[in-house]
Design a protein around this ligand. Structure first.
Ligand code: AMP
Ligand code: MG
Length: 413
């Protein structure tokens, strides 16, 4: 693991961007690939680009239900004889002068026709059609190759596959895609106070919520979750969990125990088995975060406070995981401009990622409210929110100011 140039004992806060750049620079994307049928490739990252074998559409076709005509005939004639019928899936014959072809959306425009007139502007009597509005060459015709040209790259390597990407591959006749294998992520929660839901709480005990938040976040990203469960607050148990994770996974994620108190064993355990950088990052909530490796397997440790865990995962670990999965672009969440419906003093040295709710006001503007309780233990605030508001360090915010807002859709997919 490269040296981040930080001294883990120093109390100074590491700037967020510096910590994230360091983390991303350490990301070694997986290289194993597999070739899957389209329906199995959803959510995977494409390893080999896709080029089109065909023009799409393959021929000029009608954009409307109507009549294929030659516009020159409209100048000379009051009406045209409907000489052929071309539904989608059929091919017409050469359009003879003075005739029209009944045509339907998607059907090939017959040779000799230069426009399609929609049926709404036509009057039909027997086998004669008259066109009640002028038409121009090219009207309502979708040209061959206007979507995709043969040989064109339609999907880049490094694309995380959404439904429309699968549709695009299918539209050029490609039945399989070569993708990276799923990332295996080992997850554990450390803390002697933890009890699984369904169990009885003894004195000083709390339910283990992080296992579900973290496991769900990782699973949603298309990773294979290796659940190592709860780990007691001892050096031995922590080392054991780390070893199991390193053996079975591409990445180890841990919640809790990353501070430097005598009940926090993650730091010494990772240092014993590999190497560790522990940072006090200048964000709220979330300092500290731990990053390192065990037997060459990267390790990311987040604080146990449920909101800190959520925030550090979504803003630090998620882009890192997307890079490991092979994604080459678009792995950073997008922030959107919105209007603050709150105030904040400009005295905080740390950038805050505050649980926030964006709503539309009567004028259709995006307005952002904050959850009243900013404590990092209040997980109900995340359930209330639909995103995170980015509140820069040492910056006062007044009602009506423009701020940045990251919707959960950018943080949880
Ligand atoms: P730690 O980071 O281990 O010092 O924990 C910080 C706070 O988060 C403590 O109040 C813990 O009880 C709480 N916590 C730690 N792990 C979990 C967990 N898995 N689920 C819910 N709360 C937790
Ligand atoms: Mg603890």
């Amino acid at each position: 693991m490269a040296d981040c140039g930080c001294d883990s004992h120093q109390q100074s806060l590491k700037p967020f961007d510096e910590a994230l750049s360091f983390l991303l620079a350490q990301a070694k994307p997986i290289t194993d690939t597999e070739t899957l049928p389209l329906e199995k490739a959803l959510g995977r990252v494409l390893a080999v680009p896709v080029h089109s074998q065909v023009d799409v559409p393959p021929w000029d076709n009608s954009a409307m239900d109507g009549y294929a005509i030659n516009t020159r005939d409209l100048v000379k004639l009051e009406s045209l004889r409907v000489a052929q019928r071309i539904p989608a899936g059929a091919a017409g014959s050469e359009l003879q002068s003075g005739t029209a072809a009944r045509i339907f959306t998607g059907a090939p425009v017959p040779p000799g026709a230069d426009a399609v007139v929609m049926q709404e502007v036509c009057t039909v009597e027997g086998d004669q059609v008259s066109v009640t509005q002028p038409s121009v060459p090219g009207a309502n015709i979708r040209r061959a190759g206007e979507d995709i040209l043969q040989g064109e790259e339609i999907l880049k390597a490094g694309t995380r596959l959404s439904p429309h990407h699968l549709g695009l591959a299918a539209s050029v006749g490609v039945p399989t895609l070569t993708v990276y294998r799923p990332l295996r992520v080992a997850v554990f929660s450390s803390g002697d106070e933890l009890v699984m839901p369904g169990g009885e709480l003894g004195p000083g005990q709390i339910y283990n919520s992080n296992q579900f938040t973290l496991g769900g976040l990782v699973k949603r990203m298309g990773c294979e979750v290796i659940q190592l469960g709860m780990v007691e607050d001892t050096l031995e148990a922590t080392c054991e969990a780390l070893k199991r994770g390193a053996k079975s996974a591409d990445l180890i994620l841990a919640s809790g125990g990353v501070s430097v108190g005598e009940e926090d064993h993650v730091k010494p355990a990772v240092e014993q088995l590999g190497s560790l950088d522990l940072w006090k990052v200048a964000i709220r909530p979330g300092k500290p975060i731990a990053f390192g490796q065990v037997d060459g397997t990267p390790f990311f440790g987040a604080p146990g406070n449920p909101v800190s865990l959520f925030t550090t995962f979504t803003i630090f670990a998620r882009p890192f995981i997307l890079r490991l999965q092979g994604m080459e672009e678009g792995y950073m969440p997008m922030a959107f401009k919105a209007i603050a419906a709150f105030e904040k003093a400009g005295t905080d040295k740390r950038r805050e990622y505050a649980r926030a709710k964006m709503e539309m006001d009567e004028q259709g503007r995006a307005v952002v409210k904050l959850y009243a309780n900013r404590s990092s233990g209040v997980l109900s605030s995340v359930a209330w929110a639909n995103g995170l508001a980015v509140l820069p360090a040492m910056t006062a915010i007044s009602q009506g100011d423009t701020i940045e807002f990251i919707p959960f859709s950018e943080l949880m997919t």
